[in-house]
Each structure stands twice: as C-alpha cells, then as structure tokens.
Design a protein around this ligand. Structure first.
Ligand SMILES: Nc1ncnc2c1ncn2[C@@H]1O[C@H](COP(=O)(O)OP(=O)(O)OP(=O)(O)O)[C@@H](O)[C@H]1O
Length: 472
C-alpha cells in the first residue's frame, strides 16, 4: 500500500453535545461532574507535568522522577530523502505486526502481516515471547521471499525502555496486559537476537529499537518538517518531543550536528507518585486497583483505550444499582470486566443530535433491547464525560510540550485508535489547546500514518547510514 501524499485528520465532529448535557438526569450529571476539568485544574495539571518533565531530564532528580524522559538516541528528524528496504517489528499493544517498508525519496510502500500474541505468551516466559516473535518474523520473511537479503530492522517496542544506544534498550516495566518478569532489566534487542540465533534460519540486522511515539514523530516529520511532537492515544498513552541536547542531561553522547535528541517522556506514569490525586474519582481508583499494575501508569488510565470503556462500565453499573438507568435492570451485564469496550464510547457518541441508532446497536450487542430514550441520553452523557476528560488532559499535555519545544509553528503527530476513531476527540483536543495555549504559538494536529512501521524504517535507515559512515 502506498502512503497517500496528503495525510488527513479525521473529520471534525458534527454534533454539538450541549443537548445531551441539558437532558441527562440530574443525579447522573452530578456524579459525572469530576470529569469536567475546569481551566484552573488543567493549568495546575500542566504546571505539574512541566515540573515532572524537568525532573525527568535532570541527572540529580531523574532517579525519583515518575515521568522518566528517556533519551531515545534519535538525534535527527528525517529529510524525506531516505531510501531502501527495511523490516519493522511492532510490539506493544493490541496487535503484533511484521512489516516490509520500502522508502524512496518521499514515497513509502508498506506491506504488513498481523500475528496474534496469545494471552499465555503475554504472561509466559521471555523465551516463549521472543521465540514467538522470531517465528513470526521467519514466517513473514519466507512468505515475502526475503531470505536472500539481510535487511536492516527497526523494532518498535512500546514499553518503557532505558536506551543505551540506538540498538540497545533495557526494559523498565511491562504495561498494557503484558507481564513477563524475567525480561525486566534485560536488553530487549539481545533477547530478540538470541531468539533469532536459536532458529538460525533467517539473517536480520536489528539496527534500531524505538517506541511508537518516536515512530509517530518520525513518520509525521517525514511528511511535515514542522513536526516536533509525537503522541499516542491507543491501548496506552505516551508522548515524545524534540529537546535541546544540552537539556537532556542523561544523554552523554557527542552532538552529531543537530544539537537535539528526541525524548521519550513515558508520560503514562505521570501521577504514579500521587500528584494527580485531586482529579481521581473513586471509579478511577477501582479501575487502577483491578488492573495488573495497580498504582502504575495513572495518567494512562485516565486517557487511553485500555481503560476508558472500563470507567464507563463501572459508572453504568453503579447507576443501575442506584435505580437511575434501565429501570434498575441489567446490572449483571455490566458486571463482566471489559464488556463495555472503548470503541462503544465512540459508537454512542457518533449518533447525530437526537438520534440513537448507534447507541441502540451497542445496547443490542450488550443484550439490552429495552432502553428508554432517557437511558440512552444518560449513557451518552457518561461516555462524553469520560472521553472529554481524556481529550482535555491530552490537550493540556500537548500545550506543555509545544511550549517546551518553543518554536512559533509546531505540528503534533498523533497515533492511536482513540484519537483516530473517536468522533469528537480531535475537535475537543484542538479547541482545548486553543484555550490553554500561550499566545505566540501556532499549532496543528496531524494524524500519523503507520508511525510504528514507517517510523521504525526511518530510524533504521538513519542508523544504517550512520553505521556505514562509521565503517567508511
Ligand atoms: N473506535 C474506537 N474508538 C475508540 N477507541 C477504540 C476504538 N477502536 C479501538 N479502540 C481502543 O483503542 C485501543 C487500541 O489502540 P490502537 O489500535 O492504537 O493499538 P495499539 O497499537 O495496541 O496501541 P498502543 O499504540 O497504545 O500500543 C484499544 O484499547 C481499544 O479499546
């Protein structure tokens, strides 16, 4: 598939959601109030986030900082002139993918296959996981008849990593449903290389490891040279931005010319020290307590796709038990964890004003055929309260990063299904950024096209070029 020359943002939302708020039941409106973050709360959050970034960047405070601000070793943004054939691996969320990426001066051709990661492998041993990855890679190489070539590979590995170089990353923690303790602290590239050696049937040059935020920034910068920030709002949440090398105290490498380095914020952990306590609801705490990593990734749990549906489910359950929805019936439906998917929030909110067609389909799917119009209004109000909070927090984070980059015109590359498919997310985020942004900054939001694949290929291309220069 060729990347189209113009990357479009998703269409802005049509419906104004004020009518939902007007008609929602007073008790439900009252209960959802903590989700409407006012300007003062958002500004307080922004100040805290900036302080967390500064602590993550500085050697003296890095160890106890929650927003780790890891240097990525990616010091240059792409020129658009990169050429060659690359493999990419994308592990770190719902799907694991292997990709073949061909870059040719402004053009990008991409073929990919999706391989499932079975649940027992996500929670199994290191050898099981990396043997599974190596087997998938071998299958892909055979299927695409690439056995004769030694292709450079970029590994998009979207879990917190301390990088020791472009091709070395030590795993800090598992997130997003993975938990394989023996890999913690180990070099993920080494794990992959050892699995490839155990097979011995394919020759791969793993030349870069990165996370999907860096891939998003690289991929968008390849299309638009004003891109300086990458954000993910998918299964998880994260961000990265281009920082002056002088401010990245943990990055002890020589300046390769740009004087910059991409910083992987690991923004999901913002709040893990308790600093966001003022905005957490008791339901947020229930979701956190019931996750596989209680007390960790607090900011992500307020923003990302893995959790938004769960927050909605628990509120609906509570309102049914309080006899405020569905005539007090169907509580058992909402007792099942993850039954209310985050995609259902998008469906419910995509109905035009006064229509409930999609909402009815969602309710049918859940086995609730007898909802009243008031129930559907209330459900929509719950959904929009939760998605708005996510969009507004993401906007606050993006404003802080824009100020940090400190250039008059900045493009923010964004990837992840929540941003891509929620019908109002982009509009909500953009409007809130316009409110919160200091005067003098112009910004635009750009939907990333396959950051994990194209971004990994671009980082691999630049790493391969650098290695060639060093050998020459
Ligand atoms: N239509 C939708 N609207 C909102 N959220 C959705 C939609 N479809 C899927 N999601 C949510 O998006 C998440 C998947 O995100 P994405 O497709 O970006 O994958 P990912 O690569 O696994 O994520 P990450 O980049 O965080 O690793 C899931 O948590 C899912 O609940």
């Amino acid at each position: 598939m060729s990347c189209p020359s113009k990357i479009c943002n998703p269409p802005a939302a049509g419906a104004d959601d004020g009518w939902v708020e007007e008609k929602a039941s007073p008790e439900i409106k009252e209960a959802m109030k903590p989700f409407a973050l006012d300007e003062a709360t958002l500004r307080k959050t922004m100040a805290l986030f900036l302080d967390n970034i500064e602590r993550g960047l500085k050697k003296a405070t890095h160890d106890e900082a929650t927003v780790k601000c890891f240097p990525t070793y990616v010091q240059d943004l792409p020129q658009g002139t990169e050429k060659g054939k690359f493999l990419a691996l994308d592990l770190g969320g719902t799907n694991f993918r292997v990709l073949l990426v061909e870059l040719d001066i402004g053009k990008c051709d991409l073929q990919s296959d999706i391989y499932a990661v079975p649940h027992d492998v996500m929670l199994g041993t290191g050898e099981q996981l990396f043997d599974h990855i190596a087997a998938s890679l071998a299958d892909f190489v055979t299927k695409h008849q690439l056995e004769a070539e030694v292709l450079p590979l970029g590994f998009t590995f979207s879990f917190p990593l301390v990088q020791k170089g472009l091709r070395s990353g030590l795993l800090v923690r598992w997130t997003k449903g993975f938990n394989i303790p023996e890999v913690l602290g180990g070099d993920v590239v080494q794990w992959l290389q050892e699995a490839l050696e155990r097979r011995g049937d394919i020759k791969i040059d793993v030349c870069a490891i990165l996370n999907d935020t860096t891939g998003t920034l690289m991929s968008c910068a390849w299309k638009n040279p004003e891109c300086r920030i990458g954000l993910i709002i998918g299964t998880g949440h994260n961000g990265c931005y281009l920082e002056a090398q002088a401010n990245a105290e943990l990055f002890d490498e020589p300046d390769m010319g740009s004087g910059k380095v991409i910083i992987n914020l690991e923004a999901a952990a913002f709040g893990d020290d308790g600093c966001l306590e003022y905005m957490l609801t008791d339901v947020d705490k229930l979701v956190d307590g019931d996750s596989i990593n209680p007390g960790k990734q607090i900011y992500e749990k307020l923003i990302s796709g893995m959790y938004l549906g769960e927050v909605a489910r628990l509120y609906v359950q509570r309102f049914i038990e309080g006899d405020l929805m569905f005539g007090g019936n169907h509580a058992e439906v909402f007792q099942t964890k993850e039954v209310f998917e985050t995609a259902m929030i998008s469906d419910v909110e995509s109905d035009p004003a006064g229509s409930f067609q999609k909402t009815q389909e969602v309710l049918q799917k859940l086995g609730i055929p007898d909802a009243s119009e008031q129930d559907m209004i209330n459900l929509r109000f719950i959904c929009q309260s939760i998605s708005r909070r996510s969009a507004h927090l993401t906007a606050a984070t993006a404003c802080v990063l824009t100020k940090k980059v400190n250039e008059p015109k900045i493009v923010i590359g964004i990837d992840g299904s929540v941003y891509k498919f929620h019908p109002h997310f982009r509009k909500l985020m953009k409007a809130k950024m316009q409110e919160l942004m200091e005067p003098g900054f112009e910004f635009d939001l750009m939907l990333s096209e396959d950051g994990s694949g194209r971004g990994a290929a671009l980082v691999a291309a630049m790493a391969a070029m650098r290695m060639k220069d060093q050998e020459a």
